[in-house]
Every structure is written in C-alpha cells, then in structure tokens.
Ligand binder design. Structure first.
Ligand SMILES: Cc1cc2nc3c(=O)[nH]c(=O)nc-3n(C[C@H](O)[C@H](O)[C@H](O)COP(=O)(O)OP(=O)(O)OC[C@H]3O[C@@H](n4cnc5c(N)ncnc54)[C@H](O)[C@@H]3O)c2cc1C
Length: 316
C-alpha cells in the first residue's frame, strides 16, 4: 500500500522507522532483534537505507596502487523482501543516484516492482569519502529530481527504450526535505525551490532530515505550504544516545541542538546519562509533534531501537 494511502486512512499520528542494513558479514538476526520490539507500535511501513560502494587504494609493492571497491552495507533489496515476508508490512527501500547509471536504476526499479514494493524514497546520496563533492555516475543522475523524473516516467509506462505494450509501474515516490537546509544548498530559499521541483516532478510525500527543535519543523512546513507544496511532510526523529552524537549529529546532519538540550548534554559524562537526556528530549519532541497532528512520526533507529521504543511507549 502507498504511504499516502496509509496516511489518508489514519485517524491519528502513525509510527514508522528506518533501519540500516547490517555490516557485510553479519547476519540478519540482529536486525530482527531491533525490529521485533518496535512492531507493537504497528508501523505501516519500515524504511531500509541504501549504502553505495566506496573505494580504497591498496599498495601493490611495485609502486602501483590497486583500486578496491568496498560495499560495507549491501542487502537493501533483500532486507525489504525479508521484512515484507516476515512482518507483513510495507518495506520502503531508499534508492539513490550515486553509483547508478540510468539503465541500472531502471533495472533496480523493475526488480522492486516485481517484488511488490509500492513505495520508494528517492535520494541523491551523499558524496563518498574519496569525493570532495558528489559526483554522479557516468550516465547517472546528478540530483534527486532527475531520479524522481525517471520513476515518474516509468509510472507512466515510459521505459528507457521504446517497448511494445509495456506495463507502467505504480510507485509512490518520497523525497527528502531539510528543515535546517541541506548542507550544500546556497540558502534556504534555493533549497526550498529545489524541494518544490522534486514535488512537481512527482514526489508524493516528504520525509525530513532529523531535527531537535520542533519550531524549525513547524516553520519549514509553513514555508513549504507558502510555496505551494501540499504533500504530507513527515518529521524524522533521532534520539541522541551517546557522547559521540553530541558533536557528530550537528556536523554530519547540519542541525543545531537547541540551547536547553545542549545545556543538559554538557552536564553528561557517560553514554548512559546522554541516552537518558536524549530519550527525555525525544519524548517531549514526539508529544508536541503529535499534539500538532503530524501525519506520522518517522524514527531513525540507526540499528539501535531501544531508545526509540522508550519514546514510542510514551506516545503511542
Ligand atoms: C529521510 C532521509 C533518508 C536518507 N537516506 C539515505 C540513504 O539511504 N542513503 C544515502 O546515501 N543517503 C541518504 N540520505 C542522505 C541524502 O542522500 C543526502 O542528504 C544527500 O546529500 C542529498 O540528497 P537529496 O535527495 O536531498 O538531494 P537533492 O534533492 O538532489 O539535493 C542535493 C543538493 O542539491 C541542491 N539541488 C537540488 N536540485 C538542484 C538543481 N537542479 N540545481 C542546483 N542545486 C540543486 C539542493 O538544494 C541540495 O543542496 C537520506 C536523507 C534523508 C533526509
């Protein structure tokens, strides 16, 4: 079922979450152990992130370097199939531009259609470590809007080559939005303009980057509405759970920690105390968002569902 239908059919705020595939070499059981405790909150869907391959260079001893491809977290499509089979809920794969040319993208979409996937979160992807800035694959997309265009074309039966009696896909397309601006955007206005382009190209809902100040989300929704974006805007929430997050999250996700939260975190000396503060803040955020009738709370678990469960128990 499409995310937009789940939202339309609901009479209250829904709960959903995102998981990341395990590191290569690890089994899927730990993933299930993270998902199982969250199923009591009846998520209509679970998102599965996509991680492209990176490169490293190995000294060959003869002065030459060998380029080695490393895919740390493969398995997005397999995990989606496993989730749909095991939990009987929708799985939403993330699909990115980076690392794919348009033909590979089309083949991936055909696989997903055959699998019974109804929703796709269409993203550009971040630059990999060896890139100074995002570099599209040769013959691939530079911006998420181009990926959305391709999915939309397929939804209209337009494959890359002209085929006879082709079956259109029927994907519901999601896109990413940034209440505190995407880190590369020239300014919030240009970021918003490009978000509108993604919606105009066929994105039917927006999932936001994580944020810790609800007011920034409320302001973002207002700005979106003022430029004619009418699709659901799903807030993304990530509880802070360890000391490392305090500097990592603002830097990596380009978000501010509000003064009250930062003051509390500065007093923390252990991961346990940070987690406690993070959970309390998450409960406060989630309750306020629900009070304001957001369609759905989407939690970033990053492989650790314990804090999300504690927050969800207070809210759902
Ligand atoms: C909910 C969510 C889930 C995510 N999941 C994943 C994941 O699974 N895997 C992964 O690798 N990454 C993931 N990301 C990270 C995401 O890929 C990065 O934030 C990436 O840098 C931008 O992706 P985007 O789809 O927002 O890009 P875009 O919408 O293409 O925007 C990228 C930048 O380009 C600008 N821009 C857009 N269009 C144009 C244009 N036509 N001309 C000039 N500038 C333009 C935008 O303002 C922005 O600054 C996720 C992010 C979010 C919010």
């Amino acid at each position: 079922m499409k995310i937009t239908e789940h939202i339309k059919d609901a009479d209250k705020t829904l709960f959903s979450f995102e998981i990341i595939p395990p590191l290569k070499g690890k089994g899927i059981e730990a993933l299930y152990e993270g998902i199982d405790p969250l199923m009591e909150f009846k998520p209509p869907f679970i998102n599965v992130t996509y991680h492209r391959e990176e490169y490293s260079y190995k000294e060959m001893g003869d002065g030459l370097l060998k380029k080695i491809s490393i895919r740390k977290r493969p398995g997005t499509v397999g995990i989606c199939a496993a989730i749909m089979h095991k939990y009987k809920v929708d799985a939403v794969p993330h699909l990115i531009c980076g690392g794919f040319n348009v033909e590979e993208t089309e083949n991936a979409l055909i696989d997903l259609q055959f699998l019974g996937v109804d929703n796709i979160l269409a993203l550009r992807g971040d630059p990999i470590k060896t890139e100074a800035s995002f570099a599209p694959e040769k013959g691939g997309h530079r911006y998420a809007v181009e990926l959305i265009d391709q999915i939309n074309n397929l939804n209209n039966g337009q494959y890359l080559e002209s085929l006879n009696q082709n079956t259109p896909t029927n994907f519901c397309i999601g896109t990413a939005g940034y209440p505190e601006k995407h880190f590369e955007a020239m300014n919030p206005t240009s970021d918003l303009k490009h978000l509108k382009e993604k919606v105009d190209a066929g994105a039917e809902y927006i999932v936001t980057q994580l944020f810790y100040d609800n007011q920034k989300y409320f302001d973002f929704v207002k700005k979106c509405r003022s430029v004619g974006i009418t699709v659901p805007i799903i807030p993304g929430i990530k509880p802070i759970t360890n000391l490392r997050h305090i500097s990592f999250l603002p830097k990596f996700f380009n978000v501010d920690l509000p003064v009250d939260l930062a003051n509390e975190l500065e007093k923390c000396k252990t991961n346990e105390t940070v987690k406690q503060v993070g959970i309390e803040w998450g409960i406060m955020q989630a309750k306020e968002l629900v009070k304001n009738n957001v369609p759905l709370l989407h939690f970033y678990t990053m492989g650790k569902g314990g804090a999300v469960k504690k927050i969800a128990s207070e809210v759902f």
